[in-house]
Design a protein around this ligand. Structure first.
Ligand code: GLN
Length: 239
């Protein structure tokens, strides 16, 4: 009997722009369609992150919402860092990606401190970067998404990019890089939600989480034909 996979969703109320909550739902559905038990924890301001999490996910948010959770996120820093170091699978999109980096400086010049789990820094630039994005990720293949951010994210020396941009912008105008990765922590600008448009990536994350728990099962193939259409359509739509 498999112990339930623990999915932690950080700030589902504050940080849920462009439907990033869908990422949690996709993980839940793909586990349940395969009969793998799970338990989800919605962790907001003032609530603790379970120390035995298998997945941690977080979504995008407005600058104001990011400022609103700054203090609380820093209170959760030591637990989240321990989990990241121990290989827990994390997926942080846009606003939460920025806050898993060192800092985000808004258009108004307000600096919001981040966790520094990812060696990246973000500064708001001229104009928002908006539109479909197509990228490629080693071992995961092609990933499509939708970006909408003012932040330009610069990778530090210790940062590894998540993806290479084929079309769209990603982290910043220079460099053709998208997101960042540390161990099994993935930060990305790609909304969509990313996991619903890229089921192969969702399964890649599920495999990483199961492997880390020492669970050996081959994931049953699911019918992703509709999702595949959404993926292909996003590629055809110019910015
Ligand atoms: N407020 C941040 C920015 O504009 C994040 C936006 C988002 O999460 N979509 O860069």
């Amino acid at each position: 009997m498999i112990e339930p996979i623990k999915i932690v969703h950080l700030y589902p109320k504050e940080m849920n722009i462009y439907g990033d909550t869908g990422n949690r739902i996709v993980i839940e559905k793909r586990l349940s369609w395969r009969g793998i038990p799970f338990k989800s924890y919605l962790v907001g301001v003032g609530q603790n992150v379970p120390e035995d999490a298998d997945f941690v996910i977080g979504g995008g948010g407005q600058d104001a919402a990011q400022g609103g959770i700054e203090k609380d996120l820093l209170n959760k820093a030591s637990t989240l860092k321990k989990l990241a170091d121990s290989g827990v699978v994390m997926l942080m999109i846009c606003g939460m990606y920025q806050l898993f980096g060192k800092k985000f400086v808004t258009n108004e010049g307000k600096s919001i401190k981040g966790l520094g789990i990812l060696d990246v820094e973000t500064i708001a630039g001229e104009g928002r970067i908006i539109g479909n994005i197509v990228s490629t990720v080693p071992e995961m293949g092609e990933i499509v998404g939708y970006e909408n951010h003012s932040g330009r994210t610069h990778l530090g020396d210790d940062a590894q990019p998540f993806a290479r941009v084929i079309s769209g912008i990603g982290n910043e105008e220079a460099g053709e890089l998208e997101g960042a990765r540390y161990k099994n922590v993935f930060g990305s600008y790609m909304h969509g939600p990313i996991l619903s448009k890229n089921p192969h990536f969702a399964d890649g994350l599920i495999k990483l989480a199961l492997e880390r728990r020492g669970i050996e099962i081959s994931l049953k193939k699911l019918d992703d034909s509709i999702t595949e259409k959404a993926h292909q359509l996003a590629k055809l739509r110019p910015r």
